[in-house]
Design a protein around this ligand. Sequence first.
Ligand code: EPU
Length: 456
Amino acid sequence: MNSLVQASQAAGSSVGLDVDRITINGGLPLRGRIEVKGAKNLVTKAMVASLLGENVSVLRNVPNISDVRVVRSLLEIHGVDVTEGENPNELRLDPTNVESAHMEEIDAHAGFSRIPILFCGPLLHRLGAAFIPDLGGCRIGDRPIDFHLDALRKFGAVVEKLPQGIRLSAPNGLHGTTVHLPYPSVGATEQVLLTAVRAKGTTELKGAAIEPEIMDLIAVLQKMGAIISYEPNRVILIEGVDKLEGYDHTAIGDRNEAASWASAALATDGDVFVGGAKQQDMMTFLNIFRKAGGGFDITDDGIRFYRKEELKPVVIETDVHPGFMTDWQQPLIVALTQATGESIVHETVYENRFGFTDALNTMGANIVVHPNGLSGTPRRVPRRNLEQAAVINGPTPLHGADIEVPDLRGGFSHLIAALTAEGKSTVSNVGIISRGYENFIVKLQQLGADFVLETK
Ligand code: EPU
């Protein structure tokens, strides 16, 4: 069994999804109402933050996705008592008995998620040492951790690379410092926040990422007793404190999941109300959605997405917030295959996030990926000049095919393509989708999709 199939089955099983293959009879518009819960990219980090508190934290609006399961399990092997709260989608995290975990137990989590790297600071504060297994996550490029390790060293951590992962210690404690990120990395910003809040002295973080999920993590940390201020021009100041309490927090909604269902509505000419979607966190997406011919109605409870007119081509460049998120391009590209004319998507955040387009081409799309870009203009990550571009010419009717999910967002795009295509498509490795999309099978049913599931 190859590693992708294994990862897919492990992810699916952890949330009770016993299928690994869906056969979709496409060509039907998705119509109805679904809800998104808390953002994967906040919830998992807030769970890690609970390690820093002296007492119980309560996190609400937690989705049942496999990335949450992985982080829960990593917390549990470090002695955090994680239990379901009184209400649905609520977790109680009790860090009173945090302890070192056995290396073999930690290693069993290797390759499943990128979150373990964020355990470094909290474990160094709590235990003076940490071991982090090899990281997983989606196969969308190199995904190095140099910014994380450079920052940790500046706080005073000693980093030792081992064959199975990295070992860290802090023989002289962790001290506030100045960190200037070469690129506003989401993970490295979170790393600095989670380390600086309990370091001795003040930390100045320059070049910080300011995604809504990061702002929500700052809100969590402030509830715990941290002193963090956001200054102009991507500067964050963190004054270290001696002690943090537990928090009680309701996670912000998942704007990536919301944008994915919005793209599915657009591609299938459907009409989907996404409960929990918030305009403020999705403004850049909404602008492009409208330019592409989509319509949306905003209410206090969520956003209704539909096709307003014949689809039109757009030019997009992915970027850090407040730009167009890289996680939005994959689902939207499926809709762009149905637009009349040439769309261009420049991917500037990751070097390899167009792999999913091969399957779309098999289904009849006309997408040409230019690995070295179209303009030769250097892009945002220094040293790597990411300038990959996809040119999508449409409209191209899609027809059914057998396709295999390559990664989380690419996988959801495959689902959208199968829903859009005329005829039957079989999508395998769908377990990977449960890393970030809660109950997506139930939601497909709620939206009237026609499909059958194949159990493992
Ligand atoms: N980078 C480095 N060195 C580092 C860290 C990052 O070169 O030490 C580079 C990366 O290789 C990448 C760029 O910086 O080219 C941006 O990476 P970033 O650190 O911002 O991403 P991340 O924290 O690993 C999070 C989300 C991703 C999302 C990105 C961008 C989580 C768990 N993951 O990843 O979400 O695409 O930020 O917003 O929060 C997803 O949800 O499907 C997903 C991949």
